[in-house]
Design a protein around this ligand. Structure first.
Ligand code: SF4
Ligand code: SF4
Length: 394
């Protein structure tokens, strides 16, 4: 009896393709004969290593696709052609199913996939309301101090332990989910002895290449450097730029919190910190990036040609963007208003948004970066292995 949490055992138990996986297999068979789009992204060179596509390979290719839309606008077999080839939509439908199916614990993934925007906003609002109630009961609804001291409202140890637990739980759940995905798609699964040693040799340089590709978002350049398609067949680098602002904005905010923690525990320097201090500079720059990036992504999402993706996923996409904006806007408002009587309210709103973001991290759009990084790593390993088919491509 296979373990219900072992994706490899699950594959053996359920080898048949779902309807959306069958659609990916069908369009890839056509693409494999056509190959017009080979230069756009990593999906097409990876595809040429196969003549048939099993569940694991379909999951891999679906996560290698970043939904740029180029192969839809370029395709002579796209609807209304009888072949009805729409690679971005087919990939998007499988991709969201992988987030849900590999999520850990599985029930949480299914919940979030159904109502992303509603769940995200309700969670952030509910948590903020809870914190406001705690404040109201404790009589701390307004802060008289005017010194920007958050810990006069919520004790430092409470915040550190609460957010430490929530963050670590989210990271653990995300790691479990991506780990389940990796065990299903890993190049080592089913590899012969020769290939295993080639994989071991390829791993180091493949990791370097994959990390570089992720850090520079190379594939969002579209293979020609001009970017993705959005509302029509024109290329634009906007999505790449907004992704950079979002990702590095988030990392700068994380760095700000980490530096503040080191200040507190290692150097004995307690908040509030001056505007010119490292935690505040990092947090301000990160917050600005985390406003401009998600706002730009929302703008692109609203204008996007609906044929390029799966419209059913919009609540998940917009829920994630809304949470990022809620975190950054409340964070910046808190910084600006930290020396006013309204500080506790903004602190509660900000903490509610941050907690909701952490709690939903493993079950929605946030996870796409990690699934895609794993898919890229498989690709950068495999491109260093001999192509047994030897049909061209790589
Ligand atoms: S998407 Fe269309 S044009 Fe591109 S490789 Fe596939 S069949 Fe050919
Ligand atoms: S939508 Fe873009 S990333 Fe996805 S397969 Fe087509 S060209 Fe590649």
């Amino acid at each position: 009896m296979p373990s219900p949490t072992d994706p490899i055992a699950e594959a053996a138990a359920a080898p048949f393709l779902t309807a959306s996986e069958s659609e990916v297999a069908r369009v890839l068979q056509i693409c494999n004969a056509c190959r017009y789009c080979e230069g756009y992204c990593a999906v097409f060179p990876a595809m040429t290593r196969h003549l048939a596509f099993d569940k694991a390979e379909i999951h891999h290719l679906a996560n290698l696709c970043h939904n740029c839309g180029a192969c839809l606008h370029a395709c002579q077999y796209a609807p209304p052609h009888d072949f009805g080839v729409n690679v971005p939509r087919a990939m998007a439908e499988v991709r969201v199913a992988t987030y849900r199916d590999y999520a850990w614990p599985p029930a949480f993934g299914r919940l979030y996939a159904r109502a992303g925007l509603t769940v995200a906003l309700a969670l952030a609002g509910g948590l903020a309301l809870f914190l406001l109630l705690v404040l109201a009961i404790g009589g701390g609804f307004t802060h008289e101090g005017g010194d920007g001291n958050f810990y006069a409202v919520f004790p430092h140890d409470f915040l550190a332990s609460f957010f430490g637990v929530v963050f670590l739980a989210a990271v653990f759940a995300l790691a479990m989910g991506v780990g389940r995905f990796w065990r299903r798609v890993s190049p080592s699964v089913g590899a012969e002895a020769d290939d295993r040693s080639a994989i071991a040799r390829a791993r180091g340089p493949a990791v370097v290449e994959a990390v570089t590709d992720v850090a520079t978002l190379r594939h969002l350049g579209g293979g020609h450097g001009e970017g993705c398609n959005e509302e029509d067949d024109r290329f634009t680098p906007a999505r790449r730029y907004f992704h950079h602002l979002t990702a590095y904005g988030f990392l700068l905010c994380l760095a700000s919190t980490s530096v503040a923690t080191l200040y507190h525990y290692l150097l004995g320097l307690e908040a509030p910190y001056a505007w010119t201090s490292l935690p505040v500079i990092l947090g301000t720059l990160g917050g600005i990036g985390l406003v401009i990036g998600p706002a730009g992504l929302l703008w692109l999402n609203l204008r996007r040609d609906p044929a390029q993706g799966d419209p059913a996923q919009r609540p998940m996409d917009r829920g994630f963007i809304a949470l990022l904006l809620a975190v950054s806007l409340t964070g910046l408002a808190l910084l600006v208003l930290r020396e006013t009587r309204a500080m506790p309210v903004w602190l509660a709103l900000h903490l509610g948004a941050v907690t909701a973001l952490f709690l939903t991290m493993p079950y929605g759009k946030f996870a796409h970066g990690f699934f895609r990084a794993a898919a890229l790593l498989k690709h950068t390993i495999e491109k260093r292995l001999p192509n047994r088919l030897d049909l061209g491509g790589d």
